[in-house]
Design a protein around this ligand. Structure first.
Ligand SMILES: *Cc1c(COP(=O)(O)O)cnc(C)c1O
Length: 370
């Protein structure tokens, strides 16, 4: 029995009628850009995030860029980012024209280490950009305290953690101006590209709404050098349908992670995702670590089990960032995570028997001498 790394089939079967009903009514409604479906989703997602505003945009990378642009971040400014994040986080800073200042994560949580953040602050630092890696909330209280002490803004990258909770508040609603992605495989996913910025800051929300639409807030007049990055009506309608299911779906992810935890807890040489307090983990991915990563991945593939590596090359070693002059060894924790991490199958509808099968193959690998 093959087990894919990920399938959206089961999730999509569950909401098929609701989604198709919504698409049909938008199709007939005849308004496809910045209409009532976007407004409705923005209201719902702001409520969900605990923020006054949500502005829907074209994708997660644009959301990050527009959040930075709304804060006036540009050339000469420094933005602190994790050394082990998905490259999109770095690309947003590059696009704003600002300087990337990578900080190493806590290897146990994959998330930014507040001490490292504080040590990286200079007179030019403007923004701290924590990423809630794989669905686990960053230590936001410490990060917000550091930002407050130094007069900095915090931009959360919440692309992987819709619904995660930190000290009683949802991620994406803690930093000053926050970005998220609704790429199809995220915990809340559209059927195409989509993203959003969430914030309590009236001026920043207004700036994002203007920038996403050619810098125009009145038809025919552009007041900022904007972009075209609007959330479209169809995606917004689909996201509203799915948002109503998100909390239940996150509980399901937690249950699947629990099944893995039970079965893999005592496997020698395997590091499991660190437990998070409260609802602090929504298990976008279930990432284990082992020195024998490549061989374990091959063993699982031979057993018909799909896995992925998030991410095989840390941003500082990507060809795109060759000009920054980084070398192997510059961010040893990010490099170690890239070499040892393996994402096991995790998807809505995954059964306990499937988890048992995956775990069985992992245990078999270890027992054969790993
Ligand atoms: C998916 C993702 C993004 C980018 O989102 P897109 O919608 O694909 O542009 C940014 N940051 C992180 C951490 C992500 O996982």
């Amino acid at each position: 029995m093959e087990i894919p790394f990920l399938t959206l089939d089961i999730q999509h079967r569950r909401v098929r009628d609701e989604v198709l009903g919504c698409v049909e009514s938008l199709y007939d409604g005849g308004r496809y850009i910045l209409g009532s479906a976007v407004e409705r989703f923005e209201t719902e997602y702001a409520l969900f995030s605990g923020t006054r505003h949500c502005a829907g945009v074209g994708n997660g990378l644009d959301a990050l860029y527009l959040a930075l642009a709304a804060l006036g971040v540009g050339p000469g400014d420094e933005v602190i980012v994790p050394s082990n994040t998905y490259v999109a986080t770095w690309l947003a800073v590059s696009r704003a024209g600002a300087t990337i200042v990578p900080v190493e994560p806590d290897p146990a949580t994959f998330n930014l280490d507040p001490e490292g953040v504080e040590a990286a602050i200079t007179g030019r630092t403007r923004v701290i950009l924590p990423v809630h890696m794989f669905g686990r909330a960053c230590p936001m209280a410490a990060i917000m305290q550091i930002a407050g002490r130094h007069g900095l803004h915090v931009v959360e990258d919440n692309a992987q953690a819709h619904g995660a909770v930190c000290d009683g508040r949802r991620t994406g609603g803690i930093g000053h101006v926050n970005a998220t992605s609704f790429y199809p495989t995220k915990n809340l996913g559209a059927l195409g590209d989509a993203g959003a910025v969430t914030t309590d800051d009236d001026a920043a929300a207004d700036a994002v709404r203007t920038l996403r639409n050619y810098g125009s807030d009145r038809k025919g007049y552009s007041r900022l050098v904007g972009v075209n990055s609007r959330l479209d009506e169809l995606q917004a309608g689909i996201l509203s349908v799915k948002l109503a299911h998100l909390e239940r779906w996150n509980l399901e992810r937690r249950r699947i992670a629990g099944w893995y935890d039970e079965r893999l807890r005592d496997v020698a040489g395997l590091t499991l995702p660190a437990a998070a307090p409260g609802d602090g983990h929504v298990h976008h991915l279930y990432v284990v670590r082992t020195r024998a990563r490549d061989r374990l991945q091959r063993h699982l593939a031979e057993g018909g089990i799909g896995t992925m590596v998030h991410y095989p090359v840390p941003p500082h070693l990507q060809e795109a960032y060759r000009d920054l002059g980084y070398r192997v060894g510059d961010f040893p924790i990010a490099e170690e995570l890239a070499d040892t991490s393996l994402s096991l199958p995790m998807f809505l509808g995954m059964t306990e028997a499937q988890v048992q099968t995956v775990a069985g193959h992992v245990v078999e690998f270890v027992e054969k001498g790993g």
